[in-house]
Design a protein around this ligand. Sequence first.
Ligand code: EPZ
Length: 429
Amino acid sequence: MDRIRIVGGNRINGRIPISGAKNAALPLMIASLLTDDTLTLENVPHLADVEQLIRILGNHGVDYSVNGRRERQIEGYSRTVNFTARSIVDTTAPYELVSKMRASFWVIGPLLARMGEAKVSLPGGCAIGTRPVDLFLEGLQALGARIDVENGYVIAKTNGRLTGNRYIFPKVSVGATHVLMMAASLAKGETVLENAAREPEIVNLADCLNAMGARISGAGTSTIVIDGVDSLSGARHQVIPDRIETGTYAMAVAMAGGDVILEGARADLLQGALDVIAQTGTEIIPVNSGIRVRRNGSGIMPVDVTTEPFPGFPTDLQAQFMGLMTMAEGKSRITETIFENRFMHVQELARLGARITLAGQTAIVDGVPRLKGAPVMATDLRASVSLVIAGLAAEGETVVNRVYHLDRGFERLEEKLSGCGATIERLSS
Ligand code: EPZ
């Protein structure tokens, strides 16, 4: 199993290209199931989760091909990919595939809308919490689907076509909003989704669906109105830059010090998080090519944060922010409200010398002047990268084990950081 070795202490200076967003690319790829035409997606990141979803979609009959490079694109980075679901050859998403990646459950929406049936394995447990699918099922039922759960599979059927309806999410869910938006695009009549997720990835998907001929308005607000159409066509669409990758590298600079331009990053996708990072004493400067992040000399100020659905502070940056706060000049409180078990990095950060105590869903971080390198274990994607950025600021050597978690969501992490002066390398075994 690969490991990542870091020798901390170097400042980070230079340019880091920001990749296409994993969490935007995945639902966009799934949207290709809605049409027999080709959906061309630009800026698709090269990540283990994307490759896994390509395999899952292939099982349903989606062909894919990789096109020429983007302008100024560096070889091996985000690419243009064509997805064509000429015909759906299988409406079952089996356990072996779905259990590897929760987002693959989302195929249930387009399969049901296009084929009138879908049999999709329940995604099962996940390291960061129980993550049920009740909202997906309730929402699809509101659109007229009949749902049975048998032997670990959700079996969804319609009599002909889904029918538009009003559905109020009892809780904000990114995945369920994606799925209902896709399903309602091909339903008969109007669907109104209330208390919908407002994440930029939802807007990116709505824009793509509209380019395919859907009639969606209000994406990015908590009320989304979808006027169903008979069929959707192909389109060409661009994946937005990854706001979580952007925030992660901004925090790496905040922690290790330095001056970096995050190329292609868009501040509007993570303004809430950038404001919090700025409060720690880090300069965040919008520039033509992206965002410049700079911290020289000054200490790291402690800041309290609570994770919230967009536009609040994202849960996907909570672990990284905790990493940063371990070296703050004072105490901070970090409260996780989205997932009930997303503090697995606490024990690992403690191995580097961090002082953190847990009180329910709140972590109280007592900043220390320095961290010391140690072997640590990656437990999930964002937890892993918090260990990487802490390792960059720690004295001496940190080795992060189980880096396959990182490969799920960070494109060429070692290359991007070592290109800016960090001592970081992959140890293959
Ligand atoms: C998406 O997950 C992201 N994944 C997650 O990123 C992210 O952490 C999360 O949204 C929150 O922002 C992708 O986009 C692929 P949710 P998702 O449905 O859609 C509960 C990463 O590291 N819930 O918004 O699965 C759920 O348990 C990942 O890139 C129900 O109760 O998250 C959670 O507490 C991890 N019933 C809350 O809602 C349901 O039917 C929000 O989950 C669905 C969700």
